[in-house]
Write a protein that binds this ligand. Sequence first.
Ligand code: TYD
Ligand code: MG
Length: 458
Amino acid sequence: MAKVKTRYVCQNCGYISPRMLGRCPNCGAWNQLVEELEPQKVIAPVTPNFAGETKQPVKLSEITFNEEKRVHTGLTELDRVLGGGVVPGSLVLIGGDPGIGKSTLLLQVSGQLEQTGGQVLYVTGEESASQIKLRANRLHVQGKELFIYPETDMNAVSQMVQQQKPDYLIIDSVQTMNIPDLSSAIGSVAQVRAVTSQLMTIAKQQGVTVFVVGHVTKGGAIAGPKILEHMVDTVLYFEGDLHHNYRILRSVKNRFGSTNEIGMFAMQDDGLKEVANPSEIFLEERLAHATGSAVVVSMEGTRPILVEIQSLITPTLYGMAKRTTTGLDHNRVAVIMAVLEKRANILLQNQDAYLKATGGVHLDEPAIDLAMAMAIVSSYRNLGLAADECFVGEIGLTGEIRRVNLIDQRIKEAAKLGFQRIYVPANNEVNRKNQHQIEIVGVRTINDAIKKVFKNQR
Ligand code: TYD
Ligand code: MG
């Protein structure tokens, strides 16, 4: 018998070594190399696509372009994140912490897809069929064409797909599936990768639309969906914290649409409900005239949302001033504070600063600078801002307020939510037609902004 070859694979980054090593030379992680059987040589097959055509080089000028057909999933928020519906024959990975609601989301989607006339095969490796039934009752999902299949053997799943020919395949979760030919443990990098590539083959060859759940484990992140991102068509992350019932679905990779789209859901007793207007929720608990609170219109993908930025500036007790941020970039906050110090003569070096974007969102575009600065000044001077004004604008190092993109959409959204005044960069070309409901104030520098915003309060 031929000698069985083994190799050592880093469970953190997938690095392969012929010898056992304590520390991975690629990612530097300790004790992550695990012995695995050398897989048989798999040569990526030249496969016909699901229409039966093999690929040939084509002249660019001769390529005809067909708009992809998209299927609406029945959840508008999910459709938006996918770029207007799911593309048949694509593979969508939904990642997120355990318990965040991935299985709930996919069971609801299955129920909706089944209603539009598709057949759904829901493979579950985590729960029994009766557990799923219990959840389905809770979600009011019932289906004649929704098949629950408790199985973890990937070969069995492949066979079942061939036999049953479903339109949609749900895998919950990729970490529980295994290919028995591979000796490595279920959930290891090698297994998760091989399972995903087999699912990709099913999607592309048979035109089955596949949704895959992937758990992101805290800290360790063993075989998390990160290592699969390059293999699949679309990666969505389902986030939120377990203490609040709001969940954000975010697209981080999409071959068929733009990334950075978000969809919002609220987890309720009978499943996930779509939140059509996130701004209202983000602003819901805002105290009128509180100091240190400023509202920004931030773009999340194609959608403007209004978020409150809060700041608390208090004198430092022990020498070193502290800066703490939640949902905002730490370095950005430091830059804005330095600019305020140098250009607007606001002494902040002996002040602790706590900044927060409310509602559990993470804001990272430059257009939030002006709102951050105003929140800081408001708290520092103990002067409240008007409840019905909001801010957009990037701040440069010389204290200038720089142009931001998509200004008209932002103004429209602010006006829609009843804001009376919006401060924007003076250099931004604003389309003032049809915008009578809201006063638009252009500002050039940080000093100009402070003067205009706090003019009535000194
Ligand atoms: P689940 O979909 O099982 O999470 P995941 O698959 O991401 O691990 O969601 C589990 C949580 O959601 C659990 O804490 C209970 C809660 N939940 C509701 O609040 N309402 C519901 O209708 C359902 C089905 C679950
Ligand atoms: Mg689950």
